[in-house]
Structures are given as C-alpha cells and as structure tokens.
Design a protein around this ligand. Structure first.
Ligand code: AMP
Length: 583
C-alpha cells in the first residue's frame, strides 16, 4: 500500500464533520490495507506504532522536527520556526515548506517503508541519537510529498489526532472483514482480552472472526479493565445489584494490573501502559505476596505516609510518575497495595466466573504481608450496613466504596463500564482552604519509626454553647523529628488518667490530656465521620465532622487558650460554605 493513499484518507477523515463519512473512510483504508499491512495501518491511524503496553513511542520534540524539515528542504531552521509560529502546527508547516521547496520523488513511499523508518527513529537511543533521529526523519521527508510530510511530521511529534477511537476501528473491522455487525462482540472480546488492536485486525483480516478463537488471555498483554457505574444512594445500589453485594473500600490511588510469570512481574496502568519501572517497591510487594506461579491480578496502589503508615492523597502518588529519580521518589512516597480481583491464575482464564469465585481464587493466591493487603470489604443485604461501611471507608481515608454484584452472571466484563460494579463516592465533602486551631485532648503511642514518641494526637474544636471540646481529627502529619521528640515533654503537664469531663469524644486514645495545647492545622477537606463528635448529628444522624489529611503547620499557638480554638460553629460554616456535591 502506498503511503500517499493513507495520507489522502487521513486528509479526508480530518475534513469531514460527519461520523458516517469518517467510518466509511476508515473502512476504505482497512479494506485497501489487506491482511499484511493492516496491523501497522491501524496503529498509524492512531498516531502510534504499537499498542500502549509495548511502551515504544516516537515522541520527537518539535525543535528536532524543525531541523529535519530544514535539512530536507534546505530552508533555514529560523524560517521554519517562524512558519511554525504562524501555523501553530508542525504538520502544516512541513506541508507548506515542502511545497515551497519541491523535490523530485523517484519512488513513492509505501506504508511499510514509512512505518519501518518511524520505528527505527523510535528505537534509536543513547549518545548521538538526537542527531541520528533528525537525519533519519530528514531522509524520510526528502522522499515524501507535502501531504505525506504533513502526517509524518505530526506522527513523529505525537500530534496526529484524527480522533479515531478503538471502538470505531472495531466497528469497521466487523463490517469489512467480519461479515457485519454480528461479528462485532467476538472482535471486541478478542481486543478486550489482549488490548492489541493491531494483532486483532491482522487476525480478522487473515482468517475472519473464526481466527479470533485463538485470542486468549496472555500474561504480558494487559486485559482492558472493567469499570464501575455510579449511584447516589445505598438504596439504589442494592436495588441494582439484586438486593445483595460485596462492598469494598474504594482506595484513592492508581489502578494496576499485575502480570506475574515465575519471577517476572509486569505492571500495567489503567490506560494499559507499562509502568513497571516506576514502581520498584510494588514489584517487590507483588513478588512477595502473589504465591501463584502465573497470575493476573488487579490492585490499587496507594501512597502512604512513610512515618505514620497512613494513606495519602492520590496527588502524592502521581509524583512518582516520572522517568528519573525513581529511587528517591520511592523513598519519599512509598506505596501500599490493595488487591481486589483475580483474572487469571495457573493457566486458567477467570474472567468468566462469578465475582465471589474470583475472590476465592484471589484469597488463595495472595498471601498478604506488610504493605500488600486484600481490600477491606463486607458482604451485605442491608441499606444501613452499607451506609455504615461507607462512612467507615471515608474515615479510613478512602474515597468511598465500590459495590460489586455477586450473582451467577457477575463476570469480569473487560473493557466495559457496567452495573455489576457501582461506585458510591464521598458525596459530602468540603475543601479546606483555611487553617484551624485545634486543642490537643489525647495521644496515641507511635509505632515503628515513631516508637517511644507519640504517633498521632487526638484534637478537638471548642463548642461555647456546651462548653465542651469535641474531637475532629487524629493529627499525625507535619511534625518534624524535633517536634516529635519534644511533644511528650510539652504535653506531660497536661496528662490525666481519664477523659476530661469537658471533652466529648468517641475515640479512645492511649493517653488523655486536659485541654491546654493549641496547634495550627491545615487539612485537605472536611467530611462526615462517625468517629468524631464535632457537629455530631448536625448533618447526618450518628455522624460528626472530621478533617481529612490534617497536617500541623509548625505553629504552636501558645498565644491561644483552648477556648480560643476554632469553634464548632466555625467548622460547621466552613463545611457548609464550601460544600459541593461530588457524585
Ligand atoms: P473511577 O476511577 O472513579 O471510575 O473509579 C474506578 C476506579 O476505582 C478503578 O479504576 C480503581 O482504580 C479504583 N478502585 C479503588 N478501589 C477499588 C476496588 N476495591 N475495586 C475496584 N476498583 C477500585
């Protein structure tokens, strides 16, 4: 297939506003491509060379592409940069510059040649690779027509955005090679099991849908993840799941699909990229806790506070998404792992067995240890129990719960968002923008690194109406080593045997204090909580308000008496004023 044809079709796809026309052009491309080249064509259409899990990307900087265009045309890089500033698109610039400096094309480029050259550019690395890439691209552009150059330039810089979704390609494959719409589910299943659009296209083009029966789960190729729908009340959830469900904590981290074969472990992200090198600690955890020789399991990676072991917000984990400095980041933001599903074990595909059976398999092949655990869960048929579990989940620092249907047909629906999994997220949360002053009323002994000092402090706000101190959060973050060493001494004078009568608390700390020390604290947000007494019953029966992710700012408010601490009314107003519904 000539690349010219592909470039012309790209141009047509780009200029149509009609969906049907786009699918027609796409079908036309796939038909023309034929079995031998279709796999490559399918990736080129999406501006890629491989499925995401392979991890080979061209990703050339625009600056380098400018130099290639300059070499190919003999026009100065400054002029090309000026053109780019005007067009705002490297593709259009390449097109215009090649038109301005025409060259003779002896032999038209084929799709195979272009793909091969791009692949070579993508794989070139190490010292001197930048110059080599520039020259390889220049050689390719020298053989290209202006239109071809347009799409080549966009592809190498990662800017080809034709907007052709995977699902549209599957539709077109069914039409062209599968004999029509009836073939669509089979084709999609093959894709969902392997995430390899090119391989699926090639197989269908060669042998029709029958050829897809050989598409099995393979360790090393990610399975497209099953996703959750959402609902707003436990009533609705139980109604949808047939009156019973397994509710699990919804951890606020990054989803990972772990593939294990012997001593090799590969990690795939939710978007099916290979993220193994970013998480050496997770690889270790997986090796130590997955006891099956071959397995594919799913888990959530969650950042934890290295000192207290408490869960940290998702944003902190995202700081580990980087190419360099991985070791330092692993130390600064260590991760824990919560396993929630098992898709393959010991050579058996488990995606077509019901949820509870998969969970059985999961418990058999996972031996929890240290930071690698199974998700917290409960099996319930009761609305109130579901609500209680939800609040416990929030209190434990998660986003809410995911309720999973457990009936006979509850298979792992790869690649689809359905009602078998329903998320129920924190609906009531309020972002905190101001600091608050909290009174220390209790403390918990530290463990691990904090052995011998306090691990966290129980803190409270003040209620002038009742003249009591009501608890609002357990504070463990933001303390320096010096703070930690000094706190026991500082708090010693306040120590008492039992809870002070002016303290209103459900929590039972290891040590009680009479209200005295005031600390300035900032948190991420205020949420409903069954564990604290601030604002109790005000927004929901049995629940108070809590500060999530509290952090000591470093300011001891010795200038304040405990009665000068933030009041209950202030907290209620803070909660209400910034309350927004998050479904
Ligand atoms: P969302 O991203 O809001 O659509 O929620 C679904 C995501 O929740 C999944 O992709 C996982 O990353 C995450 N998650 C956290 N805990 C669980 C769990 N117990 N079961 C399934 N997914 C979970």
């Amino acid at each position: 297939m000539e690349f010219k044809k592909l470039a012309e079709d790209f141009s047509k796809i780009e200029s149509t506003t009609k969906r049907i026309a786009m699918t027609d052009y796409l079908s036309d491309i796939l038909r023309q491509a034929g079995p031998d080249i279709i796999g490559k064509v399918v990736y080129l259409i999406q501006g890629k060379l491989y499925p995401p899990f392979v991890g080979i990307e061209i990703g050339m900087a625009e600056k380098l592409a400018i130099r290639s265009v300059s070499i190919a045309t003999g026009i100065s890089p400054e002029d090309i940069t000026r053109s780019l500033r005007r067009t705002g698109d490297i593709g259009n610039t390449a097109y215009e510059e090649l038109l301005a400096a025409p060259h003779e094309i002896k032999e038209p480029l084929t799709v195979s040649e272009v793909y091969g050259a791009l692949d070579k550019i993508a794989r070139t690395s190490g010292s001197g690779s930048t110059e080599a890439k520039i020259n390889m691209l220049a050689d390719l552009l020298r053989r290209a027509t202006p239109l071809e150059a347009k799409y080549i330039a966009r592809t190498v810089t990662g800017k080809l955005r034709l907007g052709v979704a995977d699902m549209t390609v599957l539709d077109a494959l069914a039409d062209v090679y599968g004999g029509g719409r009836l073939a669509r589910p089979t084709i999609e299943r093959a894709y969902n099991m392997t995430s390899d659009l090119g391989a699926v296209s090639e197989a269908v083009a060669k042998g029709g849908v029958n050829a897809l029966s050989g598409f099995k789960i393979t360790v090393g190729k990610p399975i497209r993840p099953m996703l959750a729908e959402r609902l707003k009340t436990p009533q609705e959830i139980l109604a949808k799941t047939g009156g019973e469900c397994v509710a699990e904590y919804k951890y606020d981290g990054e989803r990972v699909q772990i593939h294990k074969k012997g001593s090799e472990v590969i990690l795939f992200s939710r978007r099916l990229e290979n993220i193994t090198i970013q998480y050496p600690d997770v690889v270790e955890l997986a090796k130590n806790t997955i006891v099956a020789d071959t397995a594919i399991v799913e888990a959530e990676i969650v950042a934890i506070d290295p000192e207290t072991g408490e869960m940290r917000p998702f944003q902190e984990l995202m700081r580990r998404r980087r190419k360099y400095g991985i070791e330092e980041m692993t130390k600064a933001f260590p991760a824990s792992l919560f396993y929630f599903d098992c898709l393959y074990a010991g050579g058996r595909d488990l995606t077509e067995i019901p949820f509870l059976k998969r969970r059985d398999e999961l418990t058999q092949i996972i031996k929890p240890l240290g930071r690698a655990k199974l998700v917290e869960y409960t099996l319930t048929v009761d609305i109130n129990q579901l609500e209680e579990f939800f609040e416990k989940a929030i209190q434990d620092g998660t986003e809410g719960i995911i309720c999973k249907a457990i009936g006979p047909g509850t298979y792992y629906e790869a690649g689809s968002r359905g009602w078998l999994w329903i998320k129920y997220k924190r609906e009531y949360r309020s972002e905190m923008t101001d600091t608050v002053d909290l009174v220390v009323v209790g403390a918990y002994y530290g463990r691990g690194k904090r052995a011998g000092v306090y691990g966290s402090l129980l803190t409270a706000i003040y209620s002038p109406e009742t003249d009591t101190f009501k608890t609002i959060t357990r504070l463990g973050a933001g303390f320096t080593d010096k703070d930690l060493a000094e706190l026991p001494k500082m708090l010693e004078p306040y120590k008492i045997e039992n809870r002070h009568p002016r303290v209103d608390a459900k929590e039972k700390p290891d040590v009680w204090f009479v209200q005295g020390l005031v600390l300035e604290v900032i948190g991420a947000e205020i949420t409903l909580s069954p564990l604290h007494t601030a604002g109790l019953d005000r927004f929901r029966k049995g629940s108070g308000l809590a500060i999530r992710f509290p952090r000591f700012t470093g300011r001891y408010r010795t200038d304040k008496s405990p009665e000068d601490a933030t009041t209950e009314q202030e907290i209620i107003e803070m909660y209400e004023s910034r309350l927004h519904k998050v479904a």
